[in-house]
Design a protein around this ligand. Structure first.
Ligand code: ADP
Ligand code: MG
Length: 667
C-alpha cells in the first residue's frame, strides 16, 4: 500500500509545479525576457542616437571651420583687389604698406598679414619667408588659396613675438595619452590664406594672412555656441569643442578645473591612433580629460596633405546615462510593482486548482491506508474540480458502505461457522457418548447371554449335590449329628453358590429377575446389610461411623438396594487393608428440583486416579486379581439407574473415596 501511494505523490507535486510554472512563467520569465530584449534594443538605439547626434555636431563644427577658412580667404582676396591696396602698392617704394597692412589686419581680425614677393620674401615688413608654403606658391601662380598649416615657433616669432608666446602651451600630464618627453607645445595651428597681387612694377606677389588657432578662445567658444546652442542638450550635460595640434589640446572649452581650460592635455592613445595615424573619424564614448563624453574627432589635414591635428566636439555622457538609468529604473520598478501585484493573484488561482487536487490525492492515500472515513470535504468549490471532489466523496461513501456491509457479512459468516462448529462438536460428543453406551450395551448383552447359560449349567449340578446330601443325611440318620457342623457348612456353601448364580442371572437379565419394588427407608436397609460385613470390618480393624438424616422413603426392590450397599461397603473395606474409617451417611437431597435421598459411603483408603475412575463402571474391570469379579460397580449402576437414580464418585489417590448414590423419593 505504501508502495502504491508513493508514485501517486509525484503527479500531485508535478501538477503543483506545472500550475505554478503556468502561473508564474509569463510574469517572472517571459515578461522580464521581453523587457530585457526591448531594453537592450532601446539601449542600443539610444546609444546609436547619441552617436548620430555627436556626428551631426561634428559636421556643424567642421562646417564652421571651413567657413572660417573661406572667410579668411575671401577677406584677403577682397583686400588684394581693393582700390586702397592697389593705391598703396601703386608706387615702387610702397611707403604706406606697413601701416596699411597693419590697419587691414586689425580690421579683418587676422593675426598676421603680409605681402610676399615672387621669391616668397616679405616685402617692406618684418615677416616670414613663405615661398615654401603651398598656399603661397599657389597664390604666386595666380590662384587664391586657403589651408591650415602648422607654424614652428621660429616662424611664429618671425611674424610676431606675441604670436609665438600665444602658441606656447605647457604640456599637462594626461593618463591614457601616448607617453612623451616633451614638456611644451610650441607649434602653432594657423588658418593660412594667400591671394595673388601684381605690384606696380608688374611683378607677381602674394598677400598672405592668417589666424593663429592656438588659444583662440573666441574661435573655439563660437564653435561650441554654434554646435551646442542653449537647450540643445539635456540639463546637466555640457557641450565641448577642442582643436588639437597633433594630440595636444591647443584650444578648448573643456575645463581642467572650474576656471582653467584643459590646454596642454593630450588625447588618449586610442583616439590618437584611430584619428591621426589611421585618418578615421572617431565616433564613440571617450574619456576626455576627467569625464566620459560622447565624442567625435576628425583629423585636420594641412596644405601638405599631412594629418597635423584634430577637431573635436562632444557632450558629457553622464546626464544621458542618468536619464537612461532613470528610465530603466522606472521600467524595472514598474515591472516589480506589476509582479508584486499579479504574482500573488496568479498564485491564488493556481492554489485554487492544485490544493483540491492534492487534497483528493491525499484523501485517496488515506483511504488506501485504511482510513475509510477520509473525505475531501471540498463542498464550497463550485467549479469542475469541486464537482470531481464531490463525486469522489460520493464514491468513497459508497465504498465505505460496501466495506461495512462486507465486514458485517463476514462477521455473520464467522458467527455462523462458530455456531455450526459448536453444534458439530456437541453432535460429535453425543455420538461418542452414544457409541460408548452402545458398546457397553453390546458388552452387557453378550455377558447376559453367556451368564444365563453358565448359571443354568451350575444350577443343575447344585441341585444334584443338594439332593444327594439330603440322601446322605437320611441314610446316616442319628449318626448325622456327628458331622453336623460339616453338613451345615456344606449347606451354607451350596446356598451361597445358588445365591451367586441367582445374582448372575439377575445381572444378566435383570427384568426377568426383578422382584417387586417397595418403599424403604434407606437407613433401615443399610442397617440390615451391616451384619453381613461385620466380620470383614473386624478383620481389617475399620471404624464404622453412621450418620442417618434421611427422612424420605425410596422405591426399590429391597434385595437390590442391599446388593448395591454391600458392593460399595465391601469395595471400601478392600480399599482399607490397613484399617481406617468407613462413614455411611444418608441425607434428603433434591436433584434438578426432584426430591430424593442420597447415600454417601466414604472410606479413608487408597483412593483412585481420574484415569482409574474412568474405567471402574466397566463390567469385569477390576484391580483385584483373585477376589475381584469387576462386576460390583457395573451391576450397582444398572440397578440404580433402572430406578431413575444415579451413582457418582469422588476420589483422591492416598486420601480416600466417596461413592454417592441418589434415589428419587417414593411418591
Ligand atoms: P471388584 O470389587 O470385584 O474389583 P468392582 O466393580 O466392585 O469390582 O470394583 C471395580 C474396581 O473399582 C475395583 O477393583 C477397585 O479397583 C475400584 N474400587 C471400587 N471401590 C473402591 C474404593 N472404595 N476405593 C478404591 N478403589 C475402589
Ligand atoms: Mg467389588
Amino acid at each position: 500500500m505504501a508502495e502504491s501511494s508513493r508514485p501517486q505523490e509525484r503527479p500531485a507535486r508535478s501538477i503543483r509545479f506545472r500550475l505554478l510554472a503556468i502561473a508564474l512563467l509569463p510574469t517572472l520569465v517571459i515578461l522580464p525576457l521581453l523587457l530585457g530584449i526591448a531594453i537592450a534594443r532601446w539601449n542600443a538605439k539610444f546609444d546609436a542616437l547619441l552617436i548620430t547626434k555627436v556626428n551631426g555636431d561634428l559636421t556643424i563644427a567642421h562646417q564652421y571651420l571651413s567657413r572660417i577658412l573661406e572667410n579668411t580667404g575671401e577677406h584677403i582676396q577682397a583686400l588684394a583687389v581693393s582700390a586702397a591696396f592697389r593705391d598703396t602698392v601703386g608706387s615702387s617704394e610702397m611707403p604706406l604698406l606697413p601701416a596699411f597692412l597693419e590697419r587691414s589686419r586689425a580690421k579683418l581680425g587676422l593675426d598676421f598679414l603680409m605681402l610676399v614677393d615672387r621669391q616668397g620674401q616679405p616685402v617692406n615688413t618684418a615677416g616670414l619667408p613663405s615661398g615654401a608654403w603651398p598656399v603661397v606658391a599657389t597664390a604666386l601662380r595666380g590662384t587664391s588659396s586657403t589651408a591650415i598649416d602648422i607654424f614652428s615657433i621660429e616662424q611664429l616669432a618671425a611674424l610676431s613675438p606675441a604670436l609665438a608666446a600665444r602658441a606656447q602651451i605647457e604640456l599637462v600630464e594626461t593618463p591614457n595619452a601616448v607617453p612623451t618627453d616633451r614638456k611644451i607645445e610650441t607649434r602653432g595651428m594657423v588658418v593660412h590664406s594667400a591671394s595673388p597681387v601684381t605690384l606696380a612694377n608688374g611683378e607677381k606677389a602674394a598677400l598672405v594672412g592668417g589666424i593663429l588657432l592656438n588659444q583662440n578662445l573666441v574661435f573655439i567658444d563660437t564653435i561650441n555656441d554654434l554646435v551646442y546652442r542653449e537647450a540643445s542638450l539635456p540639463e546637466g550635460s555640457k557641450g565641448t569643442a577642442t582643436l588639437f595640434v597633433e594630440d595636444v589640446r591647443v584650444s578648448t572649452n573643456v575645463r581642467l578645473f572650474e576656471d582653467r581650460r584643459a590646454l596642454g592635455t593630450r588625447v588618449s592613445a586610442a583616439v590618437r591612433a584611430a584619428v591621426l595615424d589611421e585618418g578615421r573619424t572617431w565616433l564613440d564614448s571617450a574619456f576626455v580629460v576627467n569625464d566620459w563624453y560622447i565624442s567625435a574627432y576628425e583629423p585636420i589635414v594641412d596644405s601638405f596633405g599631412k594629418r597635423v591635428g584634430m577637431l573635436y566636439v562632444g557632450f558629457l555622457e553622464t546626464p544621458f546615462r542618468q536619464a537612461k538609468y532613470a528610465t530603466l529604473l522606472t521600467i524595472v520598478l514598474a515591472f516589480l510593482v506589476v509582479t508584486a501585484i499579479s504574482v500573488p493573484i496568479f498564485l491564488r488561482w493556481a492554489r485554487a486548482i492544485f490544493k483540491p487536487l492534492e487534497r483528493m490525492s491525499d484523501t485517496i492515500t488515506r483511504v488506501e491506508g485504511g482510513n475509510m472515513g477520509a473525505r475531501t470535504e471540498l463542498k464550497a468549490a463550485s467549479d469542475e474540480i469541486g464537482r470531481v471532489a464531490l463525486h469522489l466523496d460520493g464514491l468513497l461513501d459508497q465504498l465505505q458502505q460496501r466495506d461495512r456491509e462486507l465486514r458485517q457479512w463476514n462477521e455473520e459468516l464467522n458467527d455462523r461457522v462458530a455456531e455450526r462448529t459448536s453444534e458439530l462438536e456437541l453432535a460429535n460428543r453425543q455420538i461418542e457418548a452414544t457409541t460408548k453406551q452402545l458398546i457397553m450395551s453390546e458388552k452387557l448383552a453378550a455377558i447376559g447371554q453367556i451368564t444365563a447359560g453358565v448359571a443354568h449349567e451350575i444350577n443343575n449340578p447344585i441341585a444334584v449335590i443338594q439332593g444327594n446330601l439330603d440322601v446322605v443325611r437320611s441314610v446316616l440318620g442319628a449318626r448325622a449329628e456327628e458331622a453336623k457342623v460339616e453338613f451345615r457348612l456344606i449347606d451354607e456353601q451350596i446356598h451361597r453358590i445358588s445365591q451367586i448364580v441367582t445374582k448372575l442371572l439377575q445381572f444378566a437379565k435383570p427384568e426377568e429377575y426383578a422382584g417387586y419394588v417397595e418403599r424403604h427407608a434407606p437407613s433401615n436397609v443399610i442397617s440390615d446389610c451391616l451384619p453381613l460385613v461385620q466380620h470383614l470390618l473386624h478383620k481389617a480393624a475399620i471404624k464404622l461411623v453412621r450418620d442417618d438424616k434421611a427422612t424420605r422413603l425410596v422405591l426399590m426392590n429391597r434385595t437390590e438396594l442391599q446388593q448395591v450397599a454391600i458392593n460399595l461397603i465391601v469395595n471400601a473395606i478392600h480399599a482399607m487393608p490397613k484399617g481406617g474409617s468407613l462413614t455411611i451417611r444418608t441425607l434428603d437431597q433434591d436433584i434438578e428440583a426432584r426430591p430424593g435421598v442420597v447415600i454417601d459411603i466414604t472410606d479413608t483408603g487408597v483412593g483412585m486416579t481420574p484415569e482409574l475412575i474412568g474405567k471402574i463402571f466397566d463390567p469385569f474391570f477390576t484391580t483385584k486379581r483373585q477376589e475381584g469379579t469387576g462386576l460390583g460397580l457395573s451391576i450397582s449402576q444398572r440397578l440404580i439407574s433402572r430406578q431413575g437414580g444415579r451413582i457418582s464418585v469422588q476420589s483422591a489417590p492416598g486420601k480416600g473415596t466417596t461413592f454417592s448414590v441418589w434415589l428419587p423419593e417414593a411418591s
